[in-house]
Ligand binder design. Structure first.
Ligand code: CAA
Length: 408
């Protein structure tokens, strides 16, 4: 096996069936709508109903990678569930997924956490598992699944969301080959956290933006150092697209601006501004269509951006390098690269991200607040969901899931 061939074989995405248009929330909270549409770049957020949780979001995303039969559940030898919306302090989300998806008993299964970085941590670990030879020809499934919840009425309320991405990692990737070099940055900061007893996250909003941007600078510097003189020149010329962890689209805008500034030493401010506007429109903004409509999906965010970009622009990206930046508060960040493989565009076109947006029902603010207050479980309305399984209830502290349509 050539270690350089490891990458993403399949990508499944999932969003809950409900969305809250943010102009409705802005009106209800007495906030100018331009602050949300322009200031945050956000238009709607996915809202999770009481009969979905991080398990069902993740299972529904993963079911979509198995539905065409190109990957079989019995090929998975490693299942990593990445989340910061765990449902139990001990029992990992991964074991529920293992059961719901019908994976083989001969499978290492666990949950990882480092805020929004967890999905990338899982993918890097899976790639190393394959490169090490321990995989013995099997594939890894990394499921990044989350519900972003802040206090109702807080300024962070506009940056909520929910969704999941399921990433199959293999040594014969049919979507995206991962580059061998990555850049890392870790530092202990209190920018965003969720104490064990709380359902809603706490955040030092403005500080979190600074931490994100410092981590980007640090991770890119480390990437350059790891290249050790090979592959110099401007990153803007090297990469066809830049994808960012996107808590809200304006964050990606700030991040790309910072990256362009760091890449533009010696240019006048006006020239830097022009360079940024050109690069933003063609190399970064096209990945954000789903994030504008789904909000923050924490661990899944970067991979929903990737899914959106590949689904819509895969044909022009085959064989060209993409740059990806993953940020997890607290904090750990990684800058890494990937190249869509020949023939990937046709597969990417059927990821189905656009269809998930179209299948959603818009909520009123009152309905959203009811969902936000509700405890998990309970009856689903007749309109049901868009996935194959849901949370049927919690009895004696045990969660029960129903799967009207079994996978595979
Ligand atoms: N028209 C247009 N723009 C307007 C406006 C108007 N009427 N009023 C305000 N704005 C602009 C502001 O100028 C500002 O833009 P800039 O940052 O470019 O200056 C933007 O709208 C937001 O305004 P504020 O900073 O006043 O907004 P806020 O106090 O409501 O806080 C927030 C915004 C800090 C992002 C808050 O929503 C929050 O805390 N969100 C959660 C934290 C978060 O997502 N942090 C991201 C980095 S951490 C991370 O990435 C991990 C993670 O997933 C959580």
């Amino acid at each position: 096996m050539n270690g350089l061939d490891v990458g993403i074989d399949q990508l499944g995405v999932y969003l809950p069936r409900y969305a809250l248009p943010l102009d409705r929330l802005a009106e209800a909270r007495g906030v100018p709508v331009e602050k949300i549409h322009v200031g945050l770049g956000a238009h709607a957020m996915a809202v999770v109903p009481p009969w979905e949780d991080a398990v069902t979001l993740g299972a529904n995303a993963a079911a979509r990678v198995f539905r065409h039969g190109e990957v079989r559940p019995d090929e998975i030898g490693l299942l990593v569930a990445a989340t910061e919306t765990a449902v139990d302090h001990a029992k990992p989300i991964g074991i529920f997924l293992h059961d719901l998806l019908g994976l083989s008993p001969s499978c290492r299964t666990f949950e990882v956490k480092h805020a929004c970085y967890g999905g990338t941590a899982g993918i890097m670990l899976a790639a190393d598992w394959i490169r090490s030879g321990a995989a013995r020809g099997r594939k890894a499934l990394v499921v990044a699944t989350d519900i972003a919840r802040y206090d109702v009425g807080s300024s962070a309320e506009f940056t909520q969301g929910a969704g999941a991405a399921a990433v199959v990692v293999s040594d014969e990737p049919r979507l995206l080959r991962l580059g061998p070099t990555t850049g890392l940055f870790s530092r202990n900061v209190y920018d965003f956290w969720r104490p064990l007893e709380r359902r809603e996250a706490l955040v030092d909003g403005k500080f979190s933006l600074d931490c994100y941007l410092d981590a980007l600078h640090g991770a890119v510097s480390d990437y350059r150092a790891a290249l050790n003189g090979h592959g110099g020149g401007s990153l803007l010329d090297r990469f066809a697209a830049f994808l960012y962890h996107t808590p809200f689209p304006k964050m990606a805008h700030k991040a790309h601006r910072r990256l362009v500034e760091d890449e533009s030493h010696g240019l006048t401010p006006a020239a830097v501004g022009e360079r940024f506007e050109r690069s933003w429109a063609t190399q970064a903004e096209p990945a954000l269509g789903l994030a504008r409509q789904a909000g923050n999906t924490y661990t899944a965010s970067l991979y929903l951006c990737l899914a959106w970009l590949l689904e819509r622009e895969g044909a022009t990206l085959e064989g060209r390098d993409l740059a990806l930046f993953s940020y997890g508060s607290g904090c750990c960040a990684e800058f890494f690269t990937g190249r869509p493989v020949a023939g990937s565009a046709a597969r990417a076109a059927s990821i189905g991200a656009q269809g998930l947006l179209q299948a959603r029902r818009e909520l009123t603010v009152e309905e959203y607040e009811q969902f936000a207050r509700a405890t998990t479980g309970g009856e689903r309305p007749a309109e049901g969901g868009v996935g194959f399984c849901h949370l049927a209830g919690i009895e004696n502290h045990k969660r029960h899931y129903a799967c009207p349509g079994k996978v595979a």
